[in-house]
Design a protein around this ligand. Structure first.
Ligand SMILES: [Mn+2]
Length: 196
């Protein structure tokens, strides 16, 4: 998986309440994008705790189950202000992406058709509802975008298509330049596997 990513704090802050995880699990790849509620040190602490919980879960279990993953994070984050998070499990051999999301992290899969998974409302660590997992078709070469609400949410599809031939990091930088807001932590991640 090639990944391009930019994550930076709100203007004037050094602590970043946004975070992300990319982990390889056998043939699968887990990607989570996290936005700690608020900003500054509190948000940073919650997001960091979430990342650590995910890594610990991956290390200690045979497989990755997104619902268990969210439940573990919910338990671990109860002492914090919580986070919103979207997670995908990319399984190229099976041709699927599994997805679960709580709160406003945007996820898009641009392939044969555009897929926009819809997260459930709520906050991980605070009022998380039952987590639902969705499965979508996936093939190598599909472009995956994930971003926090520091990115204005309407990314133009034509622009994504125009940028498609560039490297993942360049795509991330171009989109970030056009869509990131100064007044919030902002993270934008672009992931793509080479098509075979
Ligand atoms: Mn935010």
């Amino acid at each position: 998986m090639n990944v391009g990513v930019i994550s930076r704090p709100k203007k004037g802050f050094s602590a970043n309440g946004d975070s992300y995880v990319i982990e390889k699990i056998d043939q699968k790849i887990l990607i989570s994008v996290i936005d700690g509620i608020g900003h500054g040190v509190h948000a940073d602490n919650a997001a960091t705790k979430c990342v650590n919980t995910i890594k610990k879960y991956i290390q200690s279990s045979e497989d990755c189950n997104l619902i268990i993953l969210f439940n573990r994070c919910h338990e671990a984050l109860k002492s914090t202000d919580g986070v919103v998070m979207a997670s995908i499990l990319v399984d190229a051999p099976c041709g699927t992406i599994r997805y679960a999301g709580i709160g406003n992290i945007a996820t898009r899969i641009i392939g044969m058709k555009n897929i926009y998974p819809i997260p459930r409302g709520g906050i991980v660590g605070y009022n998380m509802p039952a987590v639902k997992e969705y499965t979508y078709p996936y093939k190598r070469g599909d472009l995956i975008l994930m971003y926090t609400d520091g990115i204005i949410s309407r990314i133009n599809s034509d622009l994504c298509i125009r940028l498609q031939n560039l490297e993942e990091q360049t795509i991330a930088e171009e989109l970030f330049k056009q869509y990131a807001r100064d007044d919030d932590d902002a993270t934008l991640l672009v992931a793509r596997e080479e098509s075979t």
